[in-house]
Design a protein around this ligand. Sequence first.
Ligand code: GLP
Length: 241
Amino acid sequence: IHIVEDAAAGGVVVADEIQRVLEQADDRGPVLGLATGSSPLSAYQELIRRHREEGLSFADARAFLLDEYVGLPDEHEQSYHRFIRENLVYHIDLPEERVDSPDGTAEDPHAEAVAYDGRIRDAGGVDVQVLGIGSNGHIAFNEPGSSLGSRTRVVGLTRSTIADNSRYFASPEDVPIQALSQGLGTILEARRIVLVASGENKAAAIAQLVEGGISARWPATVLQMHPEVVVVADEAAASRL
Ligand code: GLP
């Protein structure tokens, strides 16, 4: 657990984790698990800086996103497909066609979910997974009550998540009510996990993640079963530890 002074300091810790994987990868090439949301942004800014100023290269890497809203086309302003391109991919040398995410407009989203897990497996699994955390303890879109062994699937969003995410949409009614999300079991297969959180509204979730019992009521607590988890929290997010 790293308790950091601010988002920039947290970004450095997360970027170090990703850089290590980029530099140590075997012939298969590094496989990054990328998160969307505001939490990883400082890490992405730091990676972009290292790419520009220090020549850090993503040319051999590939990446998988955690989740996507059901019903939003790739080009929609709030799709995670677009978010990761605008906030990271377009600013580094990671080939865009090697950035995969669940297709939220697939005709059969259930089949797409199964296929997505297969694509991650075929790539050899994720070397390092970046995660944010919801104020209710969700990771990706695994809301409270999610099976601890769940796979990528179609999920419904809770009222609290719709409220949290409505800041990005014109109104809460515009927030999709379903998503395609990697499952908790899928996420646990990543070799290393780096979870980043900032702000008082994450404090309860971080306290449960670190000190609570493992329970589907706080989905992030499942990470206690993973041998290599790094938590990067600012003082407000760590204030209830
Ligand atoms: C969203 C995403 C999560 C993200 C979380 C927190 O609902 N599906 O992957 O971790 O909310 O978002 P933020 O980092 O903006 O607080």
